[in-house]
Design a protein around this ligand. Structure first.
Ligand SMILES: NC(=O)c1ccc[n+]([C@@H]2O[C@H](COP(=O)([O-])OP(=O)(O)OC[C@H]3O[C@@H](n4cnc5c(N)ncnc54)[C@H](OP(=O)(O)O)[C@@H]3O)[C@@H](O)[C@H]2O)c1
Length: 345
């Protein structure tokens, strides 16, 4: 069996650190690892699989030594500059940023949904947006059987989705509240906000990523366009409202779907139960439904509150929760690397 060489770019960030933890858990046949970040963290140490590694500064020459694979989680600008350099040296990049997701030459892959796209890569494979990944894992088996006609997404997204600065904004808000008992923090007067325009503590902000000319946020348009690309339905009517909520980790989503075909609810629930990557938790008699703290730390997409939407024909509502750092980013990327390895051995 071949032994592979893997680079993790953005190894000191929220997604990068989760990637290291998952790589430790999975023990893939990888012989050599290198960890990269910006100048800020270069020289710092990372303990990984019982060994101490020095974080290296990412430069144009980082890929000269020849890697088989690289997982990039260091923002779109870093990916745009360095992923083509890496792939020109024969390294296959799995990119967590939004730099290449809508590029027609770059497969956008969720292994439970469209693994066949992996072989079409020309050196870069894009990992979808975290809120899209969990939604399409649940929607794909339903689309195969009942043919989706329209989707309405409403998301409740955790602060870890905004990286280290997002987590710090919530922590600082909680600390400030503990000192002052003032829940009505409406501005940044009392502590510095690093990521969000308003305090995320005690607020829901209907604003993720930047606002676009059409009145939607970029996060909303990512969900719309990436879902269409992954499901192979370029004209599917989809709308989305994405909201940041004061939850540390794991995104929750209310998903409303309209199908072309009639469905039987018991059969539909069985399809979800038997599809890869999904755990159905739906027992309202015993007050059981998916919640963020339960999803955190696992790779499954949790689905519950599955019920008919009586306002339209063939309508369905469900609640979908997943760990945005694991399945929404690091685990999905590592699953892709696993598939690349098994295609190469
Ligand atoms: N958080 C999520 O739920 C999530 C989900 C899906 C995708 N993503 C994407 O994954 C990427 C990373 O997100 P994150 O949440 O992990 O962010 P983060 O916690 O802010 O970490 C950013 C990482 O990128 C590194 N970095 C920044 N600029 C760099 C540069 N010029 N060269 C090399 N490394 C650089 C940082 O290194 P330093 O330590 O040196 O600053 C750090 O390791 C983003 O593109 C994000 O959109 C995030």
């Amino acid at each position: 069996m071949k032994n592979f060489k893997l680079a993790v770019v953005g190894a000191t960030g929220v997604v990068g650190r989760a990637a290291l933890q998952i790589l430790e858990e999975k023990k893939l046949p990888i012989r050599e690892y290198s960890f990269f970040a910006s100048k800020r963290s270069a020289g710092s140490k990372i303990n990984f699989m019982g060994k101490s590694y020095i974080v290296q500064e990412l430069t144009e020459h980082s890929f000269d030594e020849g890697f088989d694979f690289a997982i990039f989680s260091a923002g779109g600008e870093t990916s745009k500059k360095y992923a083509p350099i890496a792939s020109s040296h024969g390294c296959i990049v799995v990119d967590n940023s939004n730099a290449f997701r809508m590029d027609n030459n770059v497969p956008l892959v969720v292994p439970e949904v469209n693994p066949e796209e992996i072989k079409n890569n020309k050196g870069i494979i894009a990992n979808p947006n975290c809120s899209t990944i969990q939604a399409v894992v649940a929607l794909k088996p339903l689309d195969d059987k009942y043919h989706i006609k329209r989707i309405v997404y409403s998301t409740y997204q955790a602060v870890s989705g905004a990286g280290r600065d997002g987590i710090e904004d919530l922590e600082n808000g909680i600390n400030h509240f503990q000192k002052t008992s003032n829940v009505n923090i409406v501005s940044s007067e009392n502590y510095k906000l690093k990521k969000f325009p308003y305090p995320i503590f005690n607020n829901c902000l209907p604003h993720i990523d930047v606002f676009l000319d059409n009145g939607y946020t970029k996060e909303e348009m990512k969900m719309i366009n990436e879902t269409r690309k992954i499901l192979g339905k370029p004209n599917l009517p989809i709308t989305a409202t994405t909201v940041r909520v004061p939850v540390f980790n794991s995104h929750s989503e209310s998903i409303n779907v309209e199908f072309e075909n009639n469905y039987n609810l018991d059969e539909l629930i069985n399809i979800l139960k038997n599809s890869p990557g999904i755990k159905v938790i739906d027992d309202v008699t015993h007050i059981k439904y998916p919640i963020a703290t339960q999803a955190t730390g696992q790779d499954s997409v949790l689905v519950g509150r599955i019920r008919r939407d009586y306002s339209i024909q063939n309508g369905l509502n469900f609640w979908c929760v997943a760990d945005n750092i694991r399945k929404g980013a690091a685990s999905n990327a590592i699953q892709i690397v696993e598939k690349l390895i098994s295609n190469n051995t």
